[in-house]
Design a protein around this ligand. Structure first.
Ligand code: NDP
Length: 341
């Protein structure tokens, strides 16, 4: 089957691309400029050689009809691209508009140019469009599941810090997709994945100074070894498992027209620091040693607050990486990148 993938130059998209090749899909990657294809081609020489990878340049995902050519002739669309940056000048222009218009643009282009061929669209949304408290902490007082919606508003996002605007951008993009499905009744189905914080190995073009926003949390904690919030407790997912879910959603009856929180469980700043310290002290002896994830999280009281049963039901074969491995694999790579800088 043939897939259109957006966002393959980023952290999650690069992992999804690997997974797609692993499962023998043919991929058309929509990228912003030709030069961005070089790194991806170098990473996947086999896919290039056997014609499994091609590129289409979409310079501006907000332009009307931006995806008109990109969607032609594919069976599935995986829309991963969306701004996840915090150093923005204009919340509306840099976050809200590209998130919403990018998503709507993909859906509209399918309706006009590929409505008889595209069967399903998978959208990388976020747990940010579920969670609805000002501080990112799962206290356990409220249990989050797929029925919950963030209550942020576009207007508030204009006058709040970029973190708020980013969460809102994910919310308005996801809402726009469901509204589109309801009003247009397209032939294709939609699957929305709502990952919380995503950590894990980076397959994108990256250096120590360009670590993606979520893994930068680990980079900063590994450097300072100081806990900015000892009460911190939230949920995470390994990028390899999230990539698996993107591809396992394709054609999966249980994933059609669903939103799915993709996470095995919790993390906390305190436990990341513990893992960083142990890895600094013992290196691969710790990495290859027993899995102490549960113990670390229990010590931090990092439990409760999220019902993560749906993802297990939709993807029964998804064997999530253990938390310790996710963090160790990330820290190892960050340490190597820093040494090379
Ligand atoms: P990255 O910053 O690593 O990647 C973002 C990707 O989106 C890149 O391919 C980037 O392309 C593309 N992109 C960003 N802005 C635009 C734009 N205005 N026009 C076209 N393309 C754009 O982030 P992640 O991989 O972490 O995030 C990918 C998706 O996953 C996003 O939708 C994000 O909201 C979502 N997500 C991420 C989480 C995380 O913890 N990482 C958690 C939950 C959801 P380019 O290389 O050209 O800049």
């Amino acid at each position: 089957p043939k897939v259109l993938l957006t966002g393959s130059t980023g952290f999650i998209g690069a992992a999804v691309l690997r997974e797609l090749f692993d499962k023998d899909y043919t991929v058309r990657a929509a990228i912003r400029s030709e030069s961005k294809s070089e790194y991806i081609k170098a990473k996947h020489p086999e896919a290039v050689a056997n014609g499994q990878l091609s590129f289409i340049i979409v310079p501006d995902i907000t332009a009307p009809g931006a995806f008109d050519e990109a969607v032609k002739g594919v069976d599935y669309v995986l829309h991963v691209a969306s701004p996840f940056v915090m150093n923005v000048e204009d919340n509306e222009k840099d976050l809200l508009i590209p998130a919403r218009e990018g998503t709507l643009g993909v859906l509209r282009s399918i309706q006009t140019n590929a409505k008889d061929t595209v069967k399903q669209v998978v959208i990388t949304a976020s747990f940010a469009s579920v969670f609805d408290e000002p501080v990112y902490n799962l206290t356990g007082d409220k249990v989050y599941d797929e029925s919950v919606w963030c209550k942020n508003t576009w207007e508030e996002a204009l006058v709040n810090p970029p973190g708020y605007a980013y969460a809102t951008s994910k919310l308005v993009a996801e809402k726009a997709a469901w509204d589109f499905a309801e009003s247009e009744k397209p032939n294709f189905t939609i699957t929305v994945l709502n990952p919380p914080f995503v950590f894990g190995p980076m397959y994108q073009d990256v250096t120590a100074s360009t670590i993606n926003t979520s893994n930068k949390i680990i980079q900063d904690l590994n450097k300072s070894l100081e806990n900015p919030d000892p009460t911190h407790n939230f949920i995470e997912v390994d990028v390899r498992d999230l990539a698996y879910a993107h591809v396992a959603a394709l054609g999966n009856p249980k994933a059609q027209n669903q939103r799915i929180i993709v996470s095995p469980g919790h993390f906390s700043y305190g436990s990341i620091i513990e893992i960083c310290k142990k890895f600094k002290a013992e290196g691969e002896t710790y990495a290859k040693g027993p899995d102490d994830s549960a113990e670390l999280l229990k010590k931090e009281n990092a439990i409760g607050g999220a019902n993560l049963s749906k993802v297990k039901d939709v993807f029964p074969d998804l064997k999530f990486h253990c938390y310790k491995d996710t963090i160790v694999d990330t820290v190892r790579q960050i340490t190597e990148l820093e040494a090379a800088a």
